[in-house]
Design a protein around this ligand. Sequence first.
Ligand code: HEC
Length: 251
Amino acid sequence: MRVAFFIPVIAAALFSASPMLAQTRPDHDHAAPQHWSFEGALGNFDLAAVQRGYLVYEQVCSSCHGMKHVQFRDLEGMGLDAEAVKSIASGYQIQEGRDLSGALKYRHGLPDDAFPTPVKPAGVPEGVVPPDQSRLTVVYPGGPDRIYALLTGYGPAPAGVTLPSGQLYNRFASGRVIAMKPPLRGGEVHYPDGTSATVEQEARDVTTFLAWVAQPHLVDRHRTGVRVLVYLLCLAILLFILKRRIWSNVE
Ligand code: HEC
């Protein structure tokens, strides 16, 4: 009896929620697949691109996005020595405790600290939180292809589309609107290797860096996979020879 009473109530709730569900459903253009050094079973990170991408993260993204699962020391993996890592770490301000008046206290970063998450970054609308970038290429639906497309995909809103306040048009963002201002316009960084810092280049490099940060053991896993395959192949050949030997005198 009681169950029968609830059925119309549940049906009404679902019915009234359905337009809401339809509105929040991801609705964006499909990102074109890119060629990445790290994709495929034999993929390997192009460490020069990872290092360039770090510069873009440091000089652009880090003013809004933190990486709480990445420590400065992890940067040694992209080919930096301990001294270089120490000097990068000390360039960041790490919040630790409060002073007597209750204000937040800061100190220079150390290699064992994680990349700090900026508190109330400038240029971000109230109530919007830039996502942590430690695992972004893995957790962001569409992965590296869509991050690259998003960074290079800002443009004017089509005629007839009115943007909510504080939002910009980007056809690769969910709902085609996003509260992040275009972070790259080209020339934000100076690449020491002479690579020209176009929007596309910076977007490609920072995406490679974020993929490296998110999957530091990817290359090791690929190497193990190849070793296992070679081992299985040798084993198969040996077993085949053994089988021929054992059965060679049977008519
Ligand atoms: C001025 C601050 C700011 C900077 C600088 C910035 N971002 Fe963002 N970012 C944001 C905010 C705010 C959001 C959340 C947007 C939203 O929810 O609409 C965001 C979201 C994102 C997202 C997720 C988008 C989505 O569809 O939810 C990605 C990917 C991203 N940023 C990458 C980057 C990269 C890479 C850089 C550096 C090149 C960067 N951001 C620099 C503020 C910033």
